[in-house]
Write a protein that binds this ligand. Structure first.
Ligand code: CO8
Length: 257
């Protein structure tokens, strides 16, 4: 499929998806939603891809859901069409996904970054949930995921006032894993993605599933789940290779099996 709102590029075992609606500051409309999900789903089904990087432009990761697309919507249409419900397909993907965020990540843009597995931020990144200023509220997970990332007080303040958080505050609060200079963001995101893609893909998926389980269950159930999956890693060839490589003092050559 030829995409119109995103650019895609495969570099080695990494798929780079670049949001590309510059005139609308990468606002998330139905087409961009469909294209991101199709590209990411295709990569998820491809064992030759071990990590996905999702990025935007230097000015904007994404300035939110497309306000002009939503403006005339009514309740019945939103509900019957389950507007933006398809993003649940994105969060169900098993391949690791890095959000590389420079500039604005607002509203649905902040939510999209949080739907990825972790966020690398440029020092120019700004995060916010300004929906309240439009007379609405977060709708693709912002009130839930932001609260889990940064805690109730900060999430509540951001949702109620719509104020933005800069990269330094986002790092202090635990929203982003690291900050890098803006001109190095993509290179660093690709380096990080290549590191992940060089690991065993099934084992990376198990790690992702276990970390995500921490958000969905109790500590004791999560620890039990982790232990069972840890046991399962011993059914893979890559566990044999990884441990043999350590003992033999050589780099591991994972077969993704
Ligand atoms: N939707 C549509 N168009 C947008 C959006 C957007 N979210 N953001 C910017 N644009 C457009 C502008 O309309 C403008 O277009 P035009 O040139 O045709 O007038 C163009 O992008 C450039 O924007 P600005 O001139 O405003 O650029 P500035 O540099 O002055 O400002 C800002 C940049 C601060 C990012 C500003 O554009 C802004 O505040 N944008 C809106 C941010 C926002 O409110 N985001 C939340 C949107 S609502 C949302 O995300 C809900 C998510 C949940 C939905 C789920 C449903 C189930």
């Amino acid at each position: 499929m030829a995409y119109e709102t995103i650019l895609t590029e495969t570099r080695g075992r990494v798929l780079l998806i670049t949001l590309n609606r510059p005139k609308a500051l990468n606002a998330i409309n139905a087409q961009l939603t469909a294209e991101v999900i199709e590209a990411a789903t295709g990569a998820d089904a491809d064992p030759e891809i071990g990590c996905i990087v999702l990025t935007g432009s230097a000015k904007t990761f994404a300035a939110g859901a497309d306000i002009k697309e939503m403006q005339a919507a009514d309740y019945a249409g939103m509900y019957a069409g389950d507007y933006f419900g398809e993003w649940e397909r994105f969060t169900a993907l098993r391949t690791p996904i890095i959000a590389a965020v420079a500039g604005y990540a607002l509203g649905g843009g902040c939510e999209l970054a949080m739907m990825c597995d972790f966020i690398l931020a440029a020092d120019t990144a700004q995060f916010g949930q300004p929906e309240i200023k439009l007379g609405v509220m977060p709708g693709i997970g912002g009130s839930q995921r932001l609260t889990r990332f940064v805690g109730k007080s900060k999430a509540m303040e951001m949702c109620l006032t719509g104020r933005m958080m800069d990269a330094a505050e986002a790092e202090r609060a635990g929203l982003v894993s690291r900050i890098v200079p803006a001109d190095q963001l993509l290179a660093e995101a690709m380096r990080t993605a290549e590191t992940i893609a060089g690991m065993s893909l099934p084992i990376a998926m198990m790690n992702k599933e276990a970390v995500n389980r921490a958000y969905e269950t109790t500590l004791s159930e999560g620890v039990r789940f982790e232990r069972r999956v840890f046991h399962a890693t011993f059914a893979t060839q890559d566990q044999k290779e990884g441990m043999a490589a350590f003992v033999e003092k050589r780099p591991a050559a994972f077969k993704h099996r």
